[in-house]
Design a protein around this ligand. Structure first.
Ligand code: ADP
Length: 326
């Protein structure tokens, strides 16, 4: 394999705060090492359609504090097809791009792996998703911000819950994992958390609420991950009502607000470290790996493993949360 001279970088799938910090780190470190770097717009769609532009030291300036992604993102049906990926390869070849850094979630990593296999081009993945559901890193870029945003919302909801002695069910993102739900719950002092990984049934939740009532707790907050097996927050509220839980109950769905906002310091710093390391990896001849941070140290995981293995659920934090929510 020859020397890498021109990097292409894109953000794909669900946007996440900190993606901009990652783009900046990739671009600046590539330029630092004498390489050219092109931003590919709208995720894989931009590769298929040839939407690319050179990034300079200045063009990635003043983005570190911005949520979202300056390169835009998308979900690309075209890239899922062989013809689409062929068009994508033709475009990057025409521009002279000889390595890629893909910032995104597990779907984006799957696409990266297939593309590298088909076209033998070095690819490095960076975990950019609020879901924290990639194996090979303790925290994905965007997760910490999403938890902080959710926590701040719950703090506000608590004011009104307390004033009116209400039970609030707050739904957070997490179709397949309860990472956001669990950390939001612990950070905001919720009385319970319902997650896909959580065996808690409605009956157990009801019994817990009755216990709290008997202990003179007049208002409560429950965090509901959208993918928990009991249904969404509205369904959980209905089921509690059917069990005659004597509460004035309200539901708040946080939705896309969790994706937005200025990234936290942790997300910016992780994005900077991982983004810079992606370039170092390419210089060292590495390919097909995702950069992560495990136990506060940079770590590499084959992309195949990152997408096929499940990220660990924090059982210890869950155990502690059940002891504190009383
Ligand atoms: P995320 O990266 O946030 O998990 P998606 O699952 O939507 O988001 O994946 C982002 C994009 O990655 C998809 O729209 C598609 O273009 C590409 N992708 C995902 N899985 C594959 C696959 N098996 N083959 C090719 N491309 C894929």
């Amino acid at each position: 394999m020859g020397e890498i001279k021109h990097i292409g970088v894109l953000t794909s799938g669900g946007d996440a705060p900190g993606m901009n910090a990652a783009i900046r780190a990739v671009a600046r470190n590539a330029i630092f090492h004498g390489m050219k770097v092109s931003g590919i717009f709208h995720g894989y769609n931009g590769m298929v359609r040839g939407e690319m532009e050179e990034l300079t030291l200045r063009s990635v300036g003043k983005i570190i504090s911005h949520g979202g992604t300056m390169l835009k993102s998308s979900r690309s049906e075209e890239f899922r097809t062989k013809e689409g990926r062929k068009q994508a390869f033709d475009h990057i070849q025409k521009l002279g791009i000889d390595a890629l850094v893909i910032i995104g979630g597990d779907g984006s990593m799957r696409g990266a792996k297939i593309f590298q296999e088909e076209y033998d081009i070095p690819v490095i993945g960076l975990p950019g998703t609020i879901d924290n559901d990639l194996f090979g890193t303790d925290f994905t870029i965007g997760f910490d911000t999403a938890v902080n945003v959710a926590m701040e919302c719950v703090d506000k909801i608590r004011d009104t819950a307390t004033s009116h002695d209400r039970l609030f069910l707050v739904e957070v993102m997490g179709r397949d994992t309860g990472h956001i739900a669990l950390r939001t719950s612990v950070a905001s002092g919720a009385v319970a958390v319902l997650m896909p990984e959580d065996p808690m049934t409605i009956k157990e939740l009801y019994d817990h609420l009755m216990y709290l009532k008997s202990n003179k707790k007049s208002s409560s907050i429950i965090i509901v991950a959208e993918g928990n097996p009991n249904g969404d927050a509205f369904e959980v509220a209905t089921k509690l009502k059917e069990m005659k839980a004597d509460y004035d109950t309200r539901v708040t769905v946080l939705g896309h607000i969790q994706r937005g906002g200025s990234p936290t310091a942790s997300d910016r710093i992780r994005a900077a470290e991982m983004g810079a390391h992606a370039i170092e990896c390419l210089l060292e001849g590495k390919r097909g790996v995702m950069v992560g941070i495990i136990n506060q140290k940079l770590a590499l995981t084959p992309i195949e493993k990152a997408v096929n293995m499940r990220s660990g659920f924090d059982q210890e934090l869950y155990r502690i949360s059940t002891q504190l929510s009383r």
